[in-house]
Design a protein around this ligand. Sequence first.
Ligand SMILES: NC(=O)c1ccc[n+]([C@@H]2O[C@H](COP(=O)([O-])OP(=O)(O)OC[C@H]3O[C@@H](n4cnc5c(N)ncnc54)[C@H](O)[C@@H]3O)[C@@H](O)[C@H]2O)c1
Length: 338
Amino acid sequence: MNKLGTTIIGCGSIHRVHADAIVNSDFGHLVSVVDIHKHKAQASAQEYHCRWYTDYNEAIHDDAVDVVHICTPHYLHSEMAIKALKAGKHVLVEKPVVRHIDEAQLVIRARDESGRCVGVCFQNRFNQTSKKAKEMIDSGAVGAVKGIKGIVTWYRNEAYYTSSEWRGRFATEGGGVLINQSIHTIDLMQWLVGGVEAVKGGVSTQLLGKVIEVEDTAYATLFFRNGARGIFFATNCYTTNSPVEIEVDCEKAKLRIYDGKLYIEQDGNCSCIADDNSKETGYKSYWGNSHVVLIENFYRGILSRGSGSIISVEEAVESVRIIDGIYKSASTGNIIYI
Ligand SMILES: NC(=O)c1ccc[n+]([C@@H]2O[C@H](COP(=O)([O-])OP(=O)(O)OC[C@H]3O[C@@H](n4cnc5c(N)ncnc54)[C@H](O)[C@@H]3O)[C@@H](O)[C@H]2O)c1
């Protein structure tokens, strides 16, 4: 297989997951890394034996680069994706694909004009537990979905927000626990059940109001087009990062994803039917283990048009649409049709 040339923009905490996946793969090779902070770009380039830049415009115009990974603060995602597409590159962008839904249209237009691919990092869709739950629901094995709940109780302290200048600010992060930490859970909920047509919810800053302007806690009721109802709660104010819990209440059974396992409760019995086999990766445990699979699927999707699975902008923006609805509902007190 021909290897594609890769550049990674942003050498912060998540970039190592991307870099390790590429250098250990048989589908890509790391050409360069970019960070506005020279010391970060240099340190990464030294570790991964590649070129480095402080200006991403240089990296995306390098003929050796086919794929651009965007691992930067949220407010830069759409601008960088559009420029990379205009330079003729494929783009893999970290979540959230964009901060605001109107930016998604611009990325979609640039993608369609370029004929290149854009994929979004919702790696948890590739977890064994998520895939099995989706298969059970889509096949009808557990009957129609009546309801779903998603609970995220995590811990982010002052140092987390102050360690990167973009966190905690609407202009740069685009929101707080909703658009950053719990967007994965919102994505899984809407992916498992189907389209959300309306939301009612609220947000608040419970703990670190002197440090951040964004919400650290949020809740919502989701009204799905197929009649199912979802309840959602997320906070960064707990004292530890508890496993995310997702429960799907179906006509014939209840599915429950918790701590890397999928359980089915049916006829009074409970059994584990899928296991993410989570092992120590050296990265943060709450990122899960599926970035490697997602990245491999993205490259296979580019190389052999079809054999891989790419999470598109259209799919990924659904979570941003729901989040936008929760903010609007929080500020008006109304149910919001999205
Ligand atoms: N999929 C996941 O589970 C997951 C986990 C963590 C982070 N993320 C996402 O990854 C992205 C980055 O998050 P992070 O935690 O690594 O942040 P970070 O602050 O640790 O790293 C961001 C890096 O981008 C660099 N940067 C900023 N502006 C730049 C520019 N103009 N050009 C080049 N580099 C620039 C910063 O200097 C920094 O090193 C965010 O979108 C975040 O939501 C996703």
